[in-house]
Design a protein around this ligand. Structure first.
Ligand code: FUB
Length: 465
């Protein structure tokens, strides 16, 4: 294809007051437009369990807050007092439906434990069963159930936790054999009764020893003999006649997500490998779920993107997941770009790039990481590329940058066949500037933004209208 090159130093159109489109200016407080990673930007959202209900994607994460309790060694620790539920139809616009369960309202739980770890939610016969771990008044962790008529709630918390489960991180598998199985902790699994709130009578039982104490545990340990050091957060699902037990465990120093396969929900499972390796920045935990939405498989997981110095304040992210022909799962690398469609008319966060060449990324405000990031261009040639940006059917007439720049900074914007250059006015504080678009760009295009000359610029976002 012949590339049309428009090397125009476009005239400044004017400093814009509110450059973002109406839908972004007037967003209700509980609605976020992201499309990139992390997906939830109004709070921390760890351990994201994704489920599809009524054609909509729901995410049930745990809700990290800055540490208010300490670990036994005195260090800052996971602190979670309640659960929110989020939903999206396009994986870009996320609605926070608010708090569905809070620690003060759990009759059997310690109201000040801040221990509402990873939850799950499944539907049966029009009822939504929300499974959550919590510190119990009688010691240790237990798993409770709250029931609702809608995924968003209101949920009614059952007075007692599930008898026979001592542990964290419940996940429920509704298998094609007609049974529901609950997995928890380090890969233990038991069958649920039809009522979804009790363990079945015919579950196997194991006598375990803890020092000189003996006690009976219900169900089976599906990860016994498999790589599973410090395993937690099991997520089980069924696809194409195979059961998958996916779980975080410590391979060297921090968690990876591994998986095992079986022909039976309760195993035995055969270890198959890694789905996601350790986080490069040392974030100790990862916790995930896997869901098919509108024909595409997705991997939800977490990272501490909004809390670089405290890895117990985590945020949910999404990547696409692919199977090999033999049913094994291809390894996934975390990205900043994520999976959501992004419109060119939105504030395009180019710091959530697909590829980067020379440019640097940094936080906009280290006193409030939720404000997000900026892209720093220091040398001629520094560039980022943001894949799959939707310019729509009508070519935008203007491009707007939120930026800072030294004198004479020229940036090249490349999208589809169009290559345009813009000289950013000198600005030492954040400013917005709009230019006429000298080229017509439509449809889905990869966008690249490059500093052309030896100057410097920082860009918060770009938008095309
Ligand atoms: O969120 C608290 C705990 O950290 C979860 O329950 C684990 O899976 C780990 O992500």
């Amino acid at each position: 294809m012949h590339m049309k090159k428009l090397l125009v130093i476009a005239a400044v159109f004017g400093l814009a007051a509110c450059a973002q489109p109406q839908e972004e200016c007037n967003l209700p407080e509980n609605v976020m437009i992201t499309g990139t990673n992390p997906i939830i930007s109004n709070q921390f959202a760890a351990d994201p369990t994704a489920r599809v209900f009524n054609g909509k994607l729901y995410v049930f994460p745990s809700h990290d807050i800055p540490s208010v309790i300490t670990h036994h060694d005195g260090s800052a620790w996971f602190s979670m007092a309640d659960y929110h539920v989020f939903s999206s139809e396009d994986l870009t616009t996320w609605t926070d439906h608010g708090v569905i369960v809070t620690q003060e309202d759990v009759p059997w739980g310690r109201p000040d434990a801040y221990s509402m770890w990873a939850p799950d939610c499944v539907e049966k016969d029009g009822k939504y069963y929300f499974y959550f771990p919590n510190a119990s008044k009688t010691g240790g962790f237990a798993v409770g159930v709250a029931i609702a008529d809608n995924p968003e709630g209101p949920y009614e918390i059952l007075p007692e936790p599930i008898k026979g489960i001592n542990g964290i991180d419940p996940c429920v598998l509704q298998a094609s054999d007609g049974n529901a199985y609950i997995f928890w902790g380090n890969g233990r699994c038991a069958k649920l009764k039809d009522n979804m709130i009790e363990l079945a009578e015919d579950n196997p039982k194991q006598v375990m020893k803890w020092g000189d104490r003996e006690f009976e545990m219900v169900g089976v340990s599906c990860l016994q003999g498999l790589p599973s050091r410090q395993a937690e957060g099991p997520f089980a699902f069924e696809y194409n006649g195979n059961y998958y037990l996916t779980y975080p465990y410590v391979r060297e120093n921090t968690e990876v997500i591994g998986y095992a396969m079986s022909k039976n929900p309760m195993g035995p499972y055969e270890y198959k490998g890694i789905i996601m390796a350790e986080h490069e920045n040392g974030c100790w935990t990862n916790h995930h779920s896997i869901v098919n939405y509108k024909g595409q498989w997705y991997f939800f997981y977490h990272h501490n993107a909004y809390s670089p110095h405290f890895d117990k304040n985590r945020s949910a992210q999404i990547e696409k997941l692919y199977f090999n022909e033999d049913g094994t799962i291809q390894e996934i690398k975390p990205t900043k770009r994520g999976v959501g469609p992004v419109k060119a008319s939105h504030k395009v966060q180019i710091d959530r790039y697909s590829t980067i060449n020379g440019a640097d990324i940094d936080y906009l405000d280290t006193t409030d990481y939720f404000k997000g990031w900026k892209t720093i261009f220091d040398n001629a040639g520094d560039a980022v590329c943001f894949n799959e940006l939707d310019f729509g059917k009508k070519a935008p007439k203007k491009v707007t940058f939120r930026y800072m720049a030294g004198p004479g900074a020229v940036v090249e914007v490349k999208a589809g066949d169009a290559v345009c250059e813009f000289e950013l006015p000198d600005a030492r504080e954040w400013a917005e500037v709009s230019f006429d678009m000298p080229a017509k760009v439509k449809g889905l295009q990869d966008l690249s933004v490059k500093l052309v000359n030896d100057s410097n610029a920082e860009i918060d976002w770009v938008t095309f209208r």
